[in-house]
Design a protein around this ligand. Structure first.
Ligand code: FA5
Length: 353
């Protein structure tokens, strides 16, 4: 019995020593040291020995059992720490390696232009305001001297909104121009007025210089003794500050129902530099003739002042409304020959600005 126990204990210790992974050690523990193992069966057999022999063999068996258990525990902790070390090595983070920078976005080119326009006008006392994009017919047309069924309305190619019609204000429309903010501003009854209203406008148009959703900035100045020279001065100040001193503007007589006299303001094209032709002699795709129309302007019509409850005998003023996208396309260095590209969400284009 003694020699059987001794041999088995020695064999177990040898097997434990030769074990080199934790899972195998666990299986070994169940099969070779567990309740149904040969070792345990031998220990159980001690009870059948005569009393004097049982005491001697029993104490030897206890010692061997502790030795096997100690060998097992030592091996287990050795394998556990080896596997923890391997995991640590596998998951080690080298804090000295330079990190990957998160992608950084930037403001859309249109937003950048809006901020620049706002800033240029703020310097000469104009306050940025906002008025509704979904507007009543009365503010978009009627208050601007365009009665219902007047042919001048046709030019705006308006999107009408399928909403209940107001008895006082008519239908709802996606505002086709920021001029609808003129009478809204007058209704605030804060005179004199120096507003710059920048917002989205909608028209049923699309080609290289038209998009269905675009932005306009609308300047409105109402005060006493305002003349067309003030208008020209403000437009020139803007054109020189925004485009640079080498670009030129021109005023062309025009007709708007809400200004009298009225003008269209053109700027020399930034793509062909006012020539209408490209280097190879081809026609400039954007302007075709050297000039690009940026917007309209004029002296506020007395009927518009009356709609805003301002006495045209005392007050007068000027207004102008320009397209943000076109203005930006004409900026030196930007060189966009098709404004539709602004809203195609193509990163290759947007990331350049
Ligand atoms: C107007 O919208 C007038 N309300 C401007 C005005 C304001 C005149 C105050 C007098 C006094 P017009 O339809 O020409 O005018 O548009 C003005 C500018 O908006 C255009 O010159 C152009 O720069 C821009 N624009 C018009 N339609 C589009 C479009 N579909 N896409 C991009 N820009 C456009």
């Amino acid at each position: 019995m003694k020699s059987m126990l001794g041999k088995l204990a020695a064999a177990l210790k040898e097997q434990i020593a030769g074990c080199n992974d934790l899972a195998a050690l666990e299986i070994f523990a169940v099969e070779r040291l567990g309740r149904k193992s040969e070792f345990n069966n031998l220990l159980k057999g001690l009870g059948a020995l005569p009393a004097e022999e049982r005491a001697v063999v029993g104490s030897m068996a206890n010692r061997l059992k502790q030795e096997v258990q100690a060998a097992f525990d030592a091996k287990k902790s050795e394998l556990e720490s080896a596997s923890a070390g391997a995991l640590a090595e596998q998951e080690r983070i080298d804090v000295t390696v330079p990190g990957t920078r998160p992608q950084k976005g930037h403001l859309h080119l249109t937003t950048q232009a809006i901020q620049e326009v706002t800033d240029i006008f703020r310097r000469i006392g104009f306050t940025r305001v906002r008025h509704p994009e979904v507007e009543w017919d009365w503010y978009a047309f009627e208050s601007l001297n365009m009665p219902p069924d007047h042919p001048a309305r046709d030019e705006w190619e308006t999107f009408f909104v399928d909403a209940p019609v107001s008895v006082k204000n008519g239908k709802m429309v996606l505002t086709p121009h920021t001029s609808s903010g003129q009478v809204r501003e007058m209704q605030k009854k804060h005179l004199p007025i120096r507003m710059i209203n920048i917002g989205k406008c909608y028209r049923r148009q699309i080609d290289v210089s038209h998009v269905p959703m675009f932005h306009q900035f609308e300047g409105l100045l109402i005060d006493k003794n305002v003349s067309v020279t003030h208008l020209k001065g403000v437009l020139d100040y803007f054109a020189k500050t925004f485009f640079g001193p080498d670009r030129v503007t021109r005023l062309r007589p025009f007709h708007f129902r809400f200004t009298e006299p009225s003008f269209e303001v053109d700027i020399s094209c930034g793509i062909c530099l006012g020539t209408g032709k490209l280097d190879g002699g081809a026609k400039c795709r954007l302007c075709k003739e050297g000039w690009l129309e940026l917007g309209g302007a004029g002296m506020v019509h007395p009927n518009v002042l009356k709609a805003g409850k301002i006495d045209p005998e005392v007050y007068g003023g000027f207004a102008f409304g320009w397209g943000v996208e076109r203005t930006m396309a004409m900026k030196s260095g930007v060189r966009i020959d098709d404004i539709r590209v602004l809203y195609k969400s193509d990163f290759r284009f947007l990331q350049q600005f």
